[in-house]
Design a protein around this ligand. Structure first.
Ligand code: CO
Length: 242
């Protein structure tokens, strides 16, 4: 029989450290949670939701799955969204992808991966929808960067189209859906600037995001390879649209 003694020991150290900083922290936390944010991200161990945005327990409600997918038949994700929106009344939901996502990469490979291919089919559909745009990028890593970004935008739209978000907006509830992508290599979030705060904004935000992706492509074609880092290009695109 093997026990995870190290981890349990670390847990005690962690709780002690927090207690020293704020003796009432856990007591207060146990009585209620009132997070303003729901994070829907990838299960990847390198993308720790709370830490990335510097939030403590109680500040961020979290749902993670392989490749941060929002599917209208996924009871798990929908239940999290319903609880977050209707009970916790979060004001923001971030759909957060990350560059170099293994799930996104696997979705466009032809070799079979077993059961998970049923799940990855959702991303493959994003690839098929944007196949023409993606084919204009020279390198496979750039194609993957763009597909990771497109996946965030498409999943954000899927989220906006859930009955839960639609109903919240119809009731006049304050709620914004944001599309973000995280860089594993620099620890920074890249804001893809999809921010929908009402049903009427979804199509407009989607078109804006697509226009920005188009601009990104123009910039890539006009610049040399050393300037084609995703963040550098997005910074330029943002400055053009601002
Ligand atoms: Co991933």
């Amino acid at each position: 029989m093997e026990k995870l003694t190290d981890l349990l020991e670390k847990n005690r150290e962690w709780a002690e450290k927090i207690n020293q900083e704020d003796p009432h922290f856990f007591e207060t936390l146990a009585q209620q949670q009132a997070p303003e944010y729901l994070w829907i991200g990838c299960s990847d161990s390198r993308v720790p939701a709370n830490e990335i945005v510097g939030m403590l327990p109680g500040e961020l409600f979290v749902h993670r799955n392989v490749a941060n997918v929002v599917v209208h038949t996924d009871m798990n994700c929908l239940s999290v969204v319903q609880y977050a929106v209707e009970v916790l009344k979060v004001k923001h939901i971030m759909v957060v992808g990350h560059y170099g996502c293994g799930g996104v990469a696997a979705s466009i490979k032809s070799e079979p991966h077993g059961l998970i291919d049923n799940w990855l089919r959702n991303i493959r559909r994003v690839y098929q929808k944007h196949r023409e745009f993606l084919s204009t990028w020279d390198h496979s890593h750039q194609q993957l960067d763009r597909l990771c970004e497109l996946n965030v935008i498409e999943q954000s739209v899927n989220l906006c189209e859930t009955t839960i978000v639609q109903q919240a907006w119809a009731n006049g509830q304050e709620l914004t859906v944001h599309g973000w992508i995280y860089g594993l290599s620099d620890g920074l979030v890249n804001d893809l600037e999809f921010n929908a705060s009402g049903a009427e904004e979804v199509e407009e935000q989607y078109q804006l995001a697509m226009n920005k992706m188009g601009k990104l492509q123009e910039l890539a074609q006009a610049s040399d390879k050393s300037q084609q880092n995703a963040r550098t290009m997005w910074d330029k695109v943002r400055s053009i649209f601002d």
